[in-house]
Design a protein around this ligand. Structure first.
Ligand code: HXC
Length: 257
């Protein structure tokens, strides 16, 4: 498929989506967000794809939503655009999404990074919500996801001032899983994605669903949900194969069924 603002490819079971407007530091216009979602949904349905890697071309992951596109807007324009339905669709992607961030991940781009299931970053990564400096605030889940992840204390501090968060600090606060040298970030991310792709896909799928559910649900509700998914896996061929392989002391061959 031809895209204007992103580039996609697959390498075996791993799909890659690269933000590709390097001349404006991959500023996310609404067309780009729609393309990201289109690609994600295609990969989510593609039987051979087991993991999706999201990264940015050029100097950085992305410097946020496209300010030129928003500058003249009025509230009612923003409301009628209904642009956040695309972001909502992101939450329904079932396959694991791994973000790989180098350089800036600001504003909407930080929000996009926070939507990933796993986040790897380069040592030079700088996260932040500079919206306050533009007289606005995050609108695609930033105040919510950052607060749930890092807690109220740091969220307020970072959001009030737009102060940037280094890779090291992001790691400390559980925002990123691992930090790599700039030169090895993509290689290490791809390596992780290939390992993840070897896991039984239905287990990974239901684990993702259950963990995301747990963020929002009470312990009771989360556990009910977990239990149903646990039971459901016992009608998969991979459960039979996984347990049989253990008993026969051999390596399991998973099929995703
Ligand atoms: C539009 C942008 C942009 C953006 C950079 N550019 N960020 N264009 N929207 N968010 C453009 C610049 O205008 C410039 O174009 C080119 O990219 C290179 O950027 P420079 O500023 O020259 O680079 P540098 O001096 O290195 O500074 C990098 C930077 C700075 C610190 C990241 O660009 C910056 O502060 N950008 C804005 C960051 C921001 O406020 N993001 C939040 C946006 S609001 P020209 O044509 O001059 O070369 C948001 C709300 C989300 O995200 C709401 C939900 C969707």
């Amino acid at each position: 498929k031809e895209f204007c603002f992103i580039e996609t490819r697959t390498e075996g079971p791993v799909a890659f989506i690269e933000l590709n407007r390097p001349e404006v530091l991959n500023a996310l216009n609404r067309g780009m967000v729609a393309e990201i979602l289109g690609a994600m949904e295609d990969f989510d349905r593609a039987e051979d794809v087991r993991a999706i890697v999201l990264s940015g071309k050029g100097r950085c992951f992305a410097a946020g939503a496209d300010i030129d596109e928003m500058a003249a807007a009025e509230s009612i324009d923003m409301e009628l655009l209904n642009q956040f339905t695309d972001w909502d669709r992101l939450a329904w992607i079932k396959k694991p999404i791994i973000g790989a961030v180098h350089g800036f991940a600001l504003g909407g781009a930080f929000e996009l990074a926070l939507c990933c299931d796993l986040l790897f970053s380069a040592e030079d990564a700088e996260f932040g919500f500079p919206e306050v400096l533009l007289g606005v605030m995050p609108g695609a889940g930033g105040t919510v996801r950052l607060t749930k992840l890092a807690g109220k204390t740091k969220a307020m501090e970072w959001l009030f001032t737009g102060k940037r968060i280094s890779a090291k600090e992001a790691r400390e606060f559980g925002i990123v899983n691992q930090v790599f040298a700039r030169e090895t970030l993509m290689e290490e991310t791809a390596r992780y994605a290939r390992e993840l792709a070897k896991m039984p896909p239905l287990s990974v799928r239901f684990i993702k669903e259950s963990v995301l559910k747990a963020i929002d649900a009470s312990i009771y509700e989360g556990m009910q949900f977990e239990r149903k998914n646990f039971s459901l896996l016992f009608s998969s061929e991979d459960q039979k194969e996984g347990m049989k392989a253990f008993i026969e002391k051999r390596k399991a061959q998973f099929k995703g069924r």
